[in-house]
Design a protein around this ligand. Structure first.
Ligand SMILES: *Cc1c(COP(=O)(O)O)cnc(C)c1O
Length: 394
């Protein structure tokens, strides 16, 4: 049987692996050798589940969106990751990784962040555990995302500017890797999406798989069956999507739908639609699809949504795309903004603009009246208020 999960070598089909500098090998290898056995320890599972319940507020509801369903002619359920503490799914992963770091005896955390969402989720769990936290962030992003910089500082993290290159996410990543090479013994690097060298994509996916684990029993309660007809999620690096798909990957009767950010349009030169525009290459320590120039330079991505503004996709998604198991759509800024406003007006929920991309699926694909479609509502829209205000002239 085909599997869409990682194999023992760390690959999803031809994608994945660990393409790292020699000097990083001991750190990644330590994690690779231990992550599964640590995650299987009873004491780990107990603490993880307790924190997800009492600190994050899980299980997140599976909400039947009645008016949206009537409008689009399908049974639409929203998986409410927007109701988590800190307002998105990212906290599921950072809780898991901070506990992993403690089990490995690490005393210090580093992270990279683009828009600042992952930086905030990391600073949050470091405050929770009383562990030192350094977040690398491009100088340009620090200027663009000042509320998140303030949040990180309030939470006790140090925000270090990346001053090289384009001074955005990939430069922050390079700085974080340099730090890790220099601090191999006491430091854990918390990567923020289902990307990075093996075992990161698999580890992050497993922490996020709580999303589909809950969907199964919640759907059983509501529909009398565990499997929906479709699961839909937006893809930046691919962590909310990987968690939403995880327990349905090998059941081909469940349709997997991925929505990427087309920005101003696929052919506009301002886009983040990696599956369409990307070619095989190496980014962030793994082999995957990424947007690059003919001579292999990574191109700057663009989306109105800061969380989808990433030039690659995680290796699981590259494989879902290449194998045909996943159906990929790209949604423009305009389509996403309209879908976001539609959710406000029909259901009284203001979504993150990332999640609005997933909601725009109904303008791109026709479902049957009885299809059960579960959409990952990955985050809430408070952080995006200024973008909504400017866009709609509110
Ligand atoms: C960061 C973010 C995303 C994109 O990240 P993935 O790893 O692709 O899930 C999507 N939605 C929200 C709300 C985010 O904050």
């Amino acid at each position: 049987m085909d599997t869409y999960n990682v194999n023992e070598k760390g690959y999803y089909g031809e994608f994945g692996g660990a393409y790292i500098p020699e000097m990083l090998y001991p750190n990644v290898e330590e994690l690779r050798q231990q992550y599964l056995s640590i995650m299987n320890e009873d004491s780990f599972k107990e603490e993880f589940n307790q924190l997800l319940k009492d600190y994050v507020g899980r299980p997140s509801p599976l909400y039947f969106a009645k008016r949206l369903s009537e409008k689009h002619g399908a049974k639409i359920y929203l998986k409410r990751e927007d109701l988590n503490h800190t307002g998105a799914h990212k906290i599921n992963n950072t809780i898991g990784q901070i506990l992993m770091a403690k089990k490995l005896g690490k005393k210090r955390i580093i992270a990279e962040t683009g828009a600042g969402q992952h930086g905030v989720a990391t600073a949050t769990v470091c405050a929770l555990m009383g562990i030192d936290c350094v977040v690398y962030m491009g100088e340009i992003d620090i200027a663009r995302q000042s509320p998140n910089v303030a949040r990180m500082k309030m939470l006790g993290a140090e925000v270090r500017p990346a001053l090289s290159g384009s001074r955005t996410l990939k430069d922050a990543t390079n700085e974080a890797i340099r730090d890790w090479i220099n601090n191999p013994v006491d430091t854990h690097y918390i990567i923020g999406s289902a990307i990075g060298p093996h075992p990161y994509p698999d580890m992050v996916t497993r922490f996020q798989s709580i999303i589909s684990e809950e969907i199964k029993w919640q759907l059983q309660e509501k529909e009398g069956r565990q499997n929906p007809d479709y699961v839909v999620a937006c893809i930046g690096g691919g962590s909310n999507a990987a968690g939403t798909y995880y327990h349905f990957l090998d059941d081909e009767k469940v349709g997997i739908i991925a929505v990427e950010a087309a920005g101003k349009g696929i052919d506009s030169g301002e886009s983040a639609a990696t599956s369409v525009l990307g070619k095989e290459g190496i980014i962030h320590g793994c082999k995957t699809l990424l947007m690059q120039t003919p001579d292999g330079q990574i191109t700057e991505p663009y989306s109105i949504s800061a969380g989808l503004d990433y030039p690659g996709v995680g290796p699981m998604h590259a494989h879902l795309y290449n194998s045909g198991r996943g159906e990929f759509f790209s949604v423009t800024d305009n389509d996403a903004m309209k879908a976001g406003l539609e959710l406000c007006k029909t259901e009284g929920i203001i979504p993150a603009i990332e999640s609005s991309h997933a909601l725009a699926i109904f303008n791109h694909k026709k479902f049957n009246q009885n299809d059960v479609v579960v959409i990952s509502l990955s985050g809430r829209g408070d952080k995006d208020l200024n973008t909504y205000i400017d866009y709609f002239d509110l």
